[in-house]
Ligand binder design. Structure first.
Ligand SMILES: Cc1cc2nc3c(=O)[nH]c(=O)nc-3n(C[C@H](O)[C@H](O)[C@H](O)COP(=O)(O)OP(=O)(O)OC[C@H]3O[C@@H](n4cnc5c(N)ncnc54)[C@H](O)[C@@H]3O)c2cc1C
Length: 499
């Protein structure tokens, strides 16, 4: 699919201002920082880069996520490029939100001296586009201060719009009752402290919900905990994908092999069976209803702890809490009502990946003339935007982004149509794109990807897995393409090669 037809291309700028850059990056989350890291490998020290970020500092969602959030994966594998953490913790340590924020900001501090970086914090770019100029195609954007004020026009030879998931902070659910407390994870510690002993209703069954249950349990154990579970979520079993000690040599499954297994079992239509299989082989579900997976990771120990800590699991979707003569009642989507005690605390953990946000630019991930790369959930190459930022930037600077037929999915639209199809197609896409990256990138790009979760395992195991994958890659790629093309047909969403 092509972007703007040439007849409608924006007008040609007559001159380039002194605000012309070699590269513009929009978004200073882990996705944009990975793009910046890769750019430093290709651009000379004299190159000018503009980094545009709506927030007042780098680190994206890790700047403002709830205090008790922890990484799903061992901390060394959540990074910028291949940059090491400065944290005196064992390898399996799951870093806290503030530690992740500090790590990302310290990576930026080290990178910014490698070239000439102009940082525009508190600025938004929502009109970035590829335009024709006298010297060929370039990228142009008007950046506006969040607090108001005149816009500035920036142009560049290339740009990466790395809004990623552009996650915003969860807000309390609106509820009609005056006798219960509605809060969000960000406000929970204070709410618990102000209301000792109040029962807690955690809304949602995903990773934020599990973090919340564990956090409430740690808060002197005086709060009864209930979970309102929706369709239910299962998690990837951390004991399997990150086994400890000698288990790294002899047990568990490399993430890439797990995705290969799932991709090869998916035929484009059997997503429900595949989800069941994925849960039984790779999953864990403390709430007992493994409805869907969003690729969150949980250990068996965490799972048992959570199970023990939950008083009641209430199936269904919460619509509102109202006051009645008999006290507050939850109104569920199916019309049923559930009585709750006065003073109960409701915590909104309903997730924020696929909530619409105003800046989700709906455009192909590679622009028509190849000058603008867009990394969002609308035309996504990998559910980990960090990985997409790393590989897409490499492939752009290698000049292969218009010739390697990576598959892109409108993850948001597919998830809305079918959560099972989203999971199955994403697993398939990840495996296919991994094979394409492996065949089209220099070895050092693959070996230096610090985000690669397989790095948990010793090199001989990883090498054996990679060789096995490459030996069968022609047949495996054909299978994955056929399945993904079927997903596009059946669900009518973008799921196609980018070129
Ligand atoms: C609660 C929670 C826990 C998570 N835990 C993990 C985990 O443990 N491991 C993992 O791998 N992933 C995790 N994730 C997934 C998470 O989305 C990624 O880890 C990652 O941090 C997302 O980075 P990003 O750069 O894509 O998006 P963000 O962190 O949202 O960063 C995007 C940045 O771009 C800026 N921006 C967007 N649009 C514009 C614009 N138009 N102009 C200017 N600036 C703009 C935003 O202000 C933002 O700072 C978690 C997500 C959530 C919500």
């Amino acid at each position: 699919m092509l972007d703007t037809p040439s007849a409608l291309e924006p007008e040609i700028p007559t001159s380039l201002s002194n605000q012309h850059y070699d590269l513009i990056i929009v978004g200073a989350g882990v996705c944009g920082l990975n793009a910046l890291y890769v750019a430093t490998k290709y651009l000379p020290a004299t190159a000018r880069i503009a980094l545009i970020e709506r927030r007042d500092a780098a680190a994206g969602m890790w700047q403002s996520t709830y205090d008790y959030v922890r990484l799903h994966q061992p901390h060394p594998m959540f990074t910028v490029g291949n940059m090491a953490w400065d944290l005196d913790q064992p390898r399996q340590y799951l870093a806290r939100g503030a530690e992740v924020r500090d790590h990302l900001q310290s990576c930026l501090a080290k990178l910014k001296y490698k070239l000439r970086l102009d940082e525009f914090y508190g600025h938004v770019s929502d009109d970035i586009e590829e335009v024709a100029s006298q010297g060929g195609h370039i990228v142009r954007t008007n950046i506006k201060p969040v607090v108001g004020g005149p816009a500035q026009t920036l142009t560049a030879d290339r740009a990466i719009y790395a809004a990623g998931y552009a996650i915003s902070e969860m807000q309390p659910l609106e509820c009609s009752s005056d006798n219960v407390i509605s809060t969000a994870p960000g406000g929970l510690p204070e709410t618990l402290a102000d209301n000792p002993g109040a029962p807690v209703y955690v809304i949602g069954g995903g990773k934020t919900s599990m973090d919340t249950v564990m956090s409430v349990m740690a808060d002197n154990g005086s709060h009864q905990i209930n979970v309102i579970n929706g369709p239910g979520t299962y998690f990837i079993n951390r004991n399997n994908v990150f086994p400890l000690g000698m288990g790294r040599w002899s047990s568990g499954s490399l993430i890439s092999q797990s995705f290969a297994d799932l991709a090869l079992k998916f035929d484009g239509t059997n997503e429900s069976e595949l989800n069941e299989y994925a849960f039984h082989h790779y999953g864990i579900c403390p709430t007992g209803t493994p409805g869907q997976s969003m690729f969150g990771i949980l250990s068996e120990e965490e799972g048992s702890q959570i199970k023990e800590g939950i008083e009641e699991i209430i199936p269904g979707y919460l619509e509102d809490v109202i006051d009645t003569a008999n006290g507050p009642k939850m109104i569920m989507r199916d019309g049923s009502r559930v009585t709750v005690p006065d003073g109960a605390i409701f915590v909104n953990c309903t997730g924020c990946y696929f909530h619409d946000h105003p800046n989700a630019l709906d455009r192909p991930c590679v622009s028509r003339h190849g000058r603008l790369i867009t990394i969002t959930k609308k035309d996504s190459l990998h559910f980990m935007t960090s990985v997409a930022g790393y590989f897409l930037t490499h492939i752009m600077f290698l000049g292969k982004h218009q010739s390697v037929p990576l598959y892109a999915i409108d993850a948001e639209a597919l998830n809305k149509k079918s959560r099972h199809a989203y999971f199955a197609a994403d697993a398939t896409q990840i495996y296919l794109n991994l094979m394409l990256w492996s065949r089209n990138m220099p070895m050092n790009v693959l070996l230096n990807c610090g985000l690669d979760l397989d790095r948990w395992f010793p090199l001989p195991r990883r090498a054996a897995a990679a060789l096995g994958m490459l030996a069968k890659s022609n047949a495996h790629m054909a299978h994955c393409r056929a399945s993904l093309d079927k997903v596009a047909d059946v669900h009518g969403v973008t799921c196609r090669p980018i070129c």
